[in-house]
Design a protein around this ligand. Sequence first.
Ligand code: MUC
Ligand code: MG
Length: 367
Amino acid sequence: MKITRVEAIPYAIPYAKPLRFASGEVTVAEHVLVRVHTNEGVVGVADAPPRPFTYGETQAGVVAVIEQLFAPQVVGASLLEREVIINRLDRTVGNPVAKSAVDMAVWDALGRTLGLRVTDLLGGYTDRMRVSHMLGFDEPAAMVAEAERMRAVHGITTFKVKVGRRPFQLDTAVVRALREGLGDEVELYVDGNRGWSPAESARALHEMADLGLLFAEELCSADDVLGRRWLVGQCNLPFIADESAVTPADVTREILGGAATAVSIKTARTGFTYSQRVHHLAEGLGIEVVMGNQIDGQLGSVCTVAFGAAYRLTSQRAGELSNFLDMSDDLLTEPLEIRDGHLTVRPGPGLGVEIHPDKLARYRTDR
Ligand code: MUC
Ligand code: MG
């Protein structure tokens, strides 16, 4: 079970439908496929989707930090020594996406070696999650039409609406149009990606008070320390910390400091090992958890559902598992399918996926 080699392969797949939100936009999935090889010929895989505008990592940076820093630290370790591996990676404070992909590829390799699914190694609570779809910036009618299509085609009934940065009256009009167009049975919540001030957030929440929202996420920056605490204190919905609370220590600070009352777990930035710690912490703090999406492709979504389905707390709410639908293609041999609003965990050992060699050859950008 010894790790002999770690590969970091950059690839680029255009989005058929780009996603726009307050802190950026994504038109091409410029990700890095990570492969961890062992002395027994097992290969674990995971995906690194860098988010330059959020965490400062870039595709070239992820490749470089894995090749130059992280691969040498994990080669020679056993797949069973995940605490040793994570402690070595953790000497580096930043680079959450690069570290997470290495961590998840190690878990995949371990599952494949043992003939067990990663989701069962983690917790084995259920085999599926309800899916929440993310609606990026557009005109109200177009966002309603997209939600209606997602409900008709995939059975999705939970929607996260991107808000912030543009005049908040446009965003509140979108949410109102969604509620009126889709009816009371759909779940709606909003994510501001830090795009409003605390005062704008309070006004927008006031305007949407009759729309039955489920959550509010990262409406303003957690760096507006007192303003955000003031906002969260008067918000009668769970207020989700996303990019403001990546590590368990961030989550502790933000929740105990009153800057949030719920947390988003994204395996793309906390892998499986740190996502476990955040999950256990959230359970101890008694807060809600949503499995978030870092604009993942299919492999990233497989990781999210493997983790989310592993525990009761992470599988209660719909997980954000559908961004891959907007990509023009993907790397897996067997594409994911959302049916009746649910995504199921893959049956095979590890993460249960295979990378299509022709597709990888077509989309990789390093040769
Ligand atoms: C989200 O929940 O914020 C947008 C930026 C990012 O890092 O993730 C997405 C979705
Ligand atoms: Mg968010």
